[in-house]
Write a protein that binds this ligand. Structure first.
Ligand code: ADP
Length: 260
């Protein structure tokens, strides 16, 4: 079946024409495999925090006289794991919505200065004074989905912070390029080795799982970015040098510029 259609091939065989009915299941098999992988990955990601929470709950019920300080540290760890599950479920819902044809993009005029200033404020809060963050807005407003773009730009900026050690800098720019407007996030962080770059937008693909989890990563951020950009006919370019930093550039076509 290709797109649920049966493929019928007529092939010559021993000088006779035979009809070979094949089930070309490559495409549906591929989709099925992706679905299974996604469920397996998501279940695995949810199982870890659940195991931690259940473990501490068992301790709390079996040891009612636990030292209050120890109890407090258990509660903090449980809260962290609860947030991790919440982020994961929210990212999964966002991704499912972005992939669904039932949720078409409703293009509106996006005030880019306002959007990027809000994203910068969130970045400042996430960085908690550990980075130097700059924002420059020179480009025009866009026609697009405000919430979708907030999610894509927000993910790129929060990645820049999460993968840049303290004292590093993050430059965010919105500029008018030759071919159209572009969004650029440059960081002086840990960088990415070339062999990983082409796989980064796959769901749950991470260069370093433990680091991503430590920084509250769900492994879905760049998959969300990819789907938002697909909906805006935009492209993503990633340039990176290990230990030096990375630059993520999103390019939009001129047809996405909002009328004045
Ligand atoms: P995560 O939630 O793990 O950050 P993403 O989909 O946002 O998931 O990113 C996938 C992986 O790409 C990350 O786990 C990380 O290894 C790598 N990555 C993303 N952005 C950066 C960056 N700015 N610098 C270095 N590595 C990055």
């Amino acid at each position: 079946f290709r797109d649920n259609k049966l493929v019928v091939q007529i092939i010559p065989f021993e000088n006779r024409r035979q009809i070979l009915v094949t089930h070309d299941i490559t495409e549906s098999e591929r989709i099925d495999m992706m679905r299974r992988d996604f469920i397996a990955n998501a279940s695995h990601e949810l199982r870890t925090p659940l195991t931690v929470i259940n473990g501490f709950l068992e301790i709390a019920t079996s040891q009612p006289n636990l030292d209050p300080q120890v109890r407090m540290s258990h509660l903090k760890l449980m809260t962290e794991q609860g947030h991790r599950m919440q982020n994961l479920v929210e990212d999964m819902l966002t991704l499912t919505r972005l992939e669904s044809v039932d949720y078409p993009l409703r293009p509106e005029k996006v005030n880019m200065r306002m959007l990027l200033e809000q994203i910068e404020q969130e970045a400042v809060a996430l960085s908690a004074g550990r980075h130097i963050i700059s924002l420059q807005v020179d480009g025009p407003d866009l026609k697009g989905g405000t919430e979708e773009l907030r999610s894509a730009f927000g993910n790129l900026v929060s990645n820049a912070i999460r993968y840049t050690p303290a004292e590093g800098s993050i430059d965010i720019r919105w500029e008018d390029g030759e071919a159209g407007p572009q969004f650029v996030v440059r960081d002086t962080g840990i960088g990415i080795r070339p062999e990983h770059i082409s796989r980064l937008t796959e769901r749950f693909y991470r260069v370093d799982k433990s680091r991503s989890r430590e920084t509250q990563g769900t492994g879905l951020g760049l998959a969300i970015v990819k789907h938002v950009l697909l909906r805006h006919d935009a492209t993503l370019a990633i340039e990176s040098e290990p230990e030096k930093g990375s630059t993520f550039t999103v390019r939009f076509s001129k047809s996405r510029v909002a009328d004045h």
